[in-house]
Design a protein around this ligand. Structure first.
Ligand code: PAF
Length: 282
């Protein structure tokens, strides 16, 4: 596995491979890799001739009071994890490489997708994500790029960018990978102390409850949200930030769910904020 740090190097490398008609897959990450990332990598290796994984903790997607400085990093461990996977290139640019002095362009997706759920709790977050992903797509020019369904709103935002800006990259969405007790894999799980880790299972339990009432025919968005919030509140360490249901994939507000819907939630355990979601198939 080649490790490249500059945009010139990775551009030269991928352009040469693309000139030989090799399909390129990109797995953008912020590192501290876990089995969720490795599922994206596995899919990319299956589907593409050349696989690039990027590790870049993107400052633009962190708010002023968020965990940028504390965000977990372990490049040595990450590159070891990737060694055996069949990844061709690990791209680890510096902040100066990605945002050189004078950088002054961002990509913003409209409020219909970004003014709710995590977008309303984390102003500027999706502009940061859309900007860095657009830059990575322009640098690597991947035929396919891989994202996890755990970040459901991020997936919708990136799909919107690709469609609206006429990009040629196909977005491949990989199902959420969970621990054996149901907790969705996330780099932020590391912040949980043992009691919070145990308590965090309430996220997937509450989604299972929503799935059950949905299957029993419940279609009232407010009722489903209230049941989920009540379930989360049975866990004293869990502090729900939002629990919301929207029509999927346009995220329009709906009272009665007639088609497919997204149930998304964010819950705090101490200082740690976890998200999870469920697609209720219409
Ligand atoms: O999902 C993430 O880890 C990040 O938001 C991404 C897509 C790598 C952009 O920085």
């Amino acid at each position: 596995m080649l490790i490249l740090k500059t945009i010139t190097e990775i551009k030269n490398f991928t352009r040469k491979a693309q000139a030989q008609n090799k399909s390129t897959g990109l797995v953008p990450t912020m590192g501290y890799l876990h089995p969720g990332h490795l599922a994206l990598v596995k899919k990319a290796v299956e589907q593409c001739d050349l696989v690039v994984v990027s590790i870049y903790v993107n400052p633009l997607q962190f708010g002023p009071r968020e965990d940028l400085a504390a965000y977990p990093r372990d490049l040595e461990r990450d590159s070891q994890l990737l060694q055996a996977t069949g990844v061709d290139v690990l791209f680890i640019p510096s902040d100066k490489e990605v945002y050189p002095s004078g950088h002054n362009t961002t990509v913003t997706v409209g409020a219909a997708l970004t003014g709710k759920l995590c977008g309303s709790q984390r102003p500027g977050h999706f502009t940061g994500v859309a900007t860095v992903v657009t830059k990575l797509f322009n640098i690597v020019r991947p035929e396919r790029a891989y994202f996890g369904q755990k970040d459901a709103q991020q997936v919708l935002v990136i799909q919107r960018v690709v469609q609206d800006l006429n990009m040629d990259t196909e977005i491949i969405v990989v199902p959420t990978v969970r621990e054996s007790d149901g907790l969705a894999r996330s780099s932020r799980n590391i912040y949980l102390n043992p009691a919070e880790r145990q308590a965090a299972v309430i996220l997937s339990k509450s989604l299972q409850l929503a799935q059950k009432v949905w299957q029993q025919g419940q279609r009232d968005a407010a009722t489903i949200c209230s049941l989920v919030i009540a379930k989360i509140n049975t866990e004293p360490l869990a502090k729900p930030e939002y629990v919301q249901v929207y029509a999927y994939p346009d995220l329009q507000a709906v009272e009665q769910l007639n088609g497919t819907a997204l149930l998304a939630l964010a819950v705090r355990f101490g200082k740690t904020r976890l998200i999870d979601n469920l697609i209720l198939e219409g």
